[in-house]
Design a protein around this ligand. Sequence first.
Ligand code: ADP
Length: 432
Amino acid sequence: MQRLYKLSRLIKRQLLWLLPFALVGLLVDKFWLSLSIGLVLAVVGNLFYFQRLNRWLWDSRTMLPPRAKGAWSDIYDGIYGALRRAQVKRRSLALLLQRFRQAAEAIPDAGLVLNADGTLEWTNKLAQIYFGIRWPADKGIRITNLIRYPRFHKYFEAGNFTKPITILSPIGDQRELELRFMPYADTQLLLMVRDVTQLSKLERMRKDFVANVSHELKTPLTVISGYLEMLEDGEQLPPQMMEKAVHEMQGQTKRMQRMVNQLLEISRMELQDKALFSKRVVLANVVQQAIDELAQSIQEKKLEMHVALDDKLSLWGDEDKLYSACMNLLTNAIKYTPEGGMIRVSWQRIASGAEFSVEDSGPGIAAEHIPRLTERFYRAESDRNSATGGTGLGLSIVKHALEHHRTKLMIESKPGKGSRFAFRINQALIAS
Ligand code: ADP
């Protein structure tokens, strides 16, 4: 099929065609007439093949050109060869494009290609989800019509894409999206979008945590350094004041120690997040041990204790964590219940497994605080400045310890009506 076109061959062919006409013309003494007939026939022949070529080019659907003779076969074959080459190239380009699209769908980010004027040229599936794009109906729409925040509008029009911009998802699903524009091929823009909701949340939590720890440490440190300055100045304090200063400093030091220990306990629990249920724990013994340790405070506050623990009931779990959870709940009940109050502790079977609960006749908690009590450092506003000296970490530890046993803390409370803190252990974890 691949034939090289040569001008000499074309001329040779034309001369060969005219040669018989010239010879016959010479024989019959009509040289010019015969040559003219030959030329006219050549023109007619060319017109015929020219027409066939046109028909094939415009009307025919086949790739194969019509058959032809002589010089025309060179032209037909040449065109066919060019078409074949274009087809092969097109196929390999289509394959490349398909691979590129598959790769673009495989990346975990949303990707959009924009034209110089900011109109949408192409998007992957994730981008369609993040921005609620209907594809291909929205092709050609301007990105500023898709994301209608004035802040984004300003950022896009300024055209300075060195820093990414973070926006809330325009479809209102509270997703936080980080948008990075990358200009390429002179006029086009590649927009990569990443869901940073979780990252932002972690970042906020980290900042809150640092702010909380520094805030919580500031008060005791201010108190202690105040007293120390007083002592350093060599002031002769009356013995009563001296006693108060030492007592106060001790109290604040203890609070800081408790906080550091609780923080260490939380981070330890976070590190060992794998649930290990190899040990059989008799929770009644664990709770009794905690109550015994708290006996002095119970006595001092003259609290009425009702304890009902089923010592036949054991579960698969982590004894240290369970002790920590129960200890914190009991400590709170004792801490927040006023003198002469009542505390009811129970560990019993229920239909879905077993339940531990601590009920007290304390001040109760306002409804708006309840959902946030297990957050680190969260204390109901009324307790912030009170004398209980809490850190706001106790219930956070309880939450972690319970998560390990695939359960949650349930809190029921009403101001003035006492509180009930409980957790349920699923039947699957009950050993006997
Ligand atoms: P804290 O060290 O302040 O006690 P917790 O995380 O143990 O921290 O408790 C968080 C908050 O929950 C407390 O500041 C308190 O306001 C409230 N709370 C916890 N237990 C009780 C309870 N038994 N009665 C009333 N309020 C409670």
